[in-house]
Ligand binder design. Sequence first.
Ligand SMILES: NC(=O)c1ccc[n+]([C@@H]2O[C@H](COP(=O)([O-])OP(=O)(O)OC[C@H]3O[C@@H](n4cnc5c(N)ncnc54)[C@H](O)[C@@H]3O)[C@@H](O)[C@H]2O)c1
Length: 267
Amino acid sequence: MWNEFFTDKTVVIAGGSTGIGSASAAGFARAGANVVITDVADEVGWALVKTLNDEGGRVQYQHCDVSSEDDVKRVFSWVQSTFGSLDVVHANAGIEWTKDVRHTTLVQWQHVVDVNLTGVFLVTRAAMLTMCDRRSGAIVVTSSPHALATVPDSGAYAASKGGAHALVRSLSLEGAPYGVRVNGIVPGTIDTPMVRREAQAAANPERQMELMAGTHPLNRLGQPEEVANVALFLASPLASFMTGSLVSVDGGLMAGLPSGPPLSYNN
Ligand SMILES: NC(=O)c1ccc[n+]([C@@H]2O[C@H](COP(=O)([O-])OP(=O)(O)OC[C@H]3O[C@@H](n4cnc5c(N)ncnc54)[C@H](O)[C@@H]3O)[C@@H](O)[C@H]2O)c1
């Protein structure tokens, strides 16, 4: 079904080597797009390129640290000279952070913000420059529920994602006159290397995964493909009247308030 929309389109995934980004890369590749995976995890990225190309994809890999202006400029200029067009960008790169604000150093704070927020700025700025010139394009940003409500020891992460959320809205207004749409995805807890690393920090990682699953009304973790499906939808003409939206893909996580045991009014 997606081939109708993405065959021969040029798609860049920032942070595409693992997790949600790798599922997004696979989704666009299977839809017939020319996919450029960019990441700092080069070995895993190259392995993914081989897997996807072995099954008939047209996928390339470029090293790109999203917090480096030089890297981002180099990659987008390579994309322009290689393909002559840019249709979709998924700004997905991100890192986790768990420490209370009192004990977060300025260097640590800046690193999280550099990757999770400045990285989105650099990638989307590069995309917007090309797309607004061509008067078409779609950008998808992976945000987080932490932009809206958070937990202790997540200050730098929450602040960085709050900034990404706000940037999606700004970019959508700036892109609209040029026909460039910008939307965000707000995933619940998705079973990715990031979440497994976080669980490893707990005394009982398997139990931690179960506890995380249980916070979602659908009572399970999400799969990266379930987020990627929404990235494809948002990037496709099926979402042609959507811009500035932040779409939850969270098994109901953000629908509820914390509550005690269920009340029954029927007895
Ligand atoms: N997994 C979840 O539950 C969840 C929930 C909400 C939001 N997110 C967000 O989804 C995105 C993807 O996370 P994931 O869970 O798939 O984790 P992941 O760790 O599997 O993927 C993150 C990717 O970003 C890459 N990356 C890290 N730093 C980079 C940098 N400086 N430059 C370029 N690439 C870099 C990593 O190498 C990796 O390939 C992140 O932005 C994350 O904050 C994840």
